[in-house]
Design a protein. Structure first.
Length: 286
């Protein structure tokens, strides 16, 4: 069973949470109340330091690189402030999951709907966010159960779909979930996080093709930390955004190259291929 604890704060989290910060920041200007929902909420907060205080390898090459240069990314100040609240130290030892970050960025009248299927993760999430009266934490399969919980009470908001992709059918299940969300809640934004691997070009193109039919505007924001021929498991990741708020395309276009530059390994990721395509922002309109 997938456990996110070992990977918390990695480059995939950094991209996902940077995009989430921009999305929620722009949604705050829309009339409320807003809905924020997740299919795979996780534990809410993760330890990213060893017993000696050193960051884990995943966190060191993710948030560790950004944290050292956070003053250069003022549009992510809310993200960095959330981390600093958890770890008011020079080097963060705790890292917020997306539900905890969203709870900091949402207004008092907004609502959080969080699904988590693993019992111990749901219990930890309850410890961290259960006291927030805006928040409903449900133990169960979010891809199956979330669409049926949409009441239409909020006209705007964001749903994050973030499966672990440990099962070969998770792409298909995510597409089905998006279709059912659209049928019940056509006015909200949807974000789908996905990993990128060396051999997934065809699968990735099929993913984007299927998503285009679900949105008036589909954005695909990606960061690649290594050339695609590199023999490692996850070479980068992306977030597909369906009908995001006004201004998000321009904001991502300004942010992605700067985040990618700060995540690239200075000694390993300076090949011509990695330098040429460290980030990409695709835009598809109906």
């Amino acid at each position: 069973m997938y456990r996110h604890d070992a990977h918390a704060g990695n480059h995939g989290d950094v991209l996902k949470h940077a995009v989430l910060t921009l999305l929620l920041d722009r949604l705050r200007s829309a009339p409320g109340p807003r809905l924020y929902a997740e299919t795979h909420a996780g534990a809410g907060v993760y330890r990213i330091a060893s017993g000696s205080g050193e960051p884990t390898a995943s966190a060191a090459e993710g948030i560790g690189r950004l944290w050292a240069r956070r003053a250069e990314l003022p549009e992510l100040s809310a993200y960095f402030e959330a981390i600093g609240t958890l770890s008011p130290t020079e080097t963060p030892s705790l890292y917020p999951g997306s539900p905890w970050l969203a709870s900091r960025l949402l207004a008092p009248e907004d609502r959080l709907l969080l699904f988590e299927i693993q019992e111990d993760q749901a219990a930890r999430l309850q410890d961290h966010l259960g006291g927030d009266e805006r928040t409903a934490i449900l133990r169960g399969n979010g891809l199956a159960g979330l669409p049926e919980r949409l009441s239409g009470r909020e006209r705007t908001g964001l749903i994050l779909i973030d499966p672990p992709y440990s099962h070969p059918r998770e792409d298909a299940l995510a597409f089905d979930c998006i279709t059912r969300i659209r049928a019940r809640w056509p006015s909200g934004a949807i974000a789908l996080w996905y990993p990128r691997h060396a051999d997934d070009h065809d699968r990735h193109q099929r993913r984007l093709t299927r998503l285009r039919g679900q949105a008036r505007l589909l954005l695909s924001a990606e960061i690649k930390l290594r050339p695609m021929s590199h023999a490692v498991c996850m070479l980068g990741s992306g977030v597909a955004i369906l009908d995001g708020p006004d201004g998000i395309e321009e904001a991502l276009g300004a942010l992605l190259p700067r985040v990618a530059a700060r995540l690239l390994r200075p000694s390993h990721d300076t090949t011509e291929e990695a330098s040429r395509v460290p980030w990409r922002l695709g835009s598809f309109r109906q």
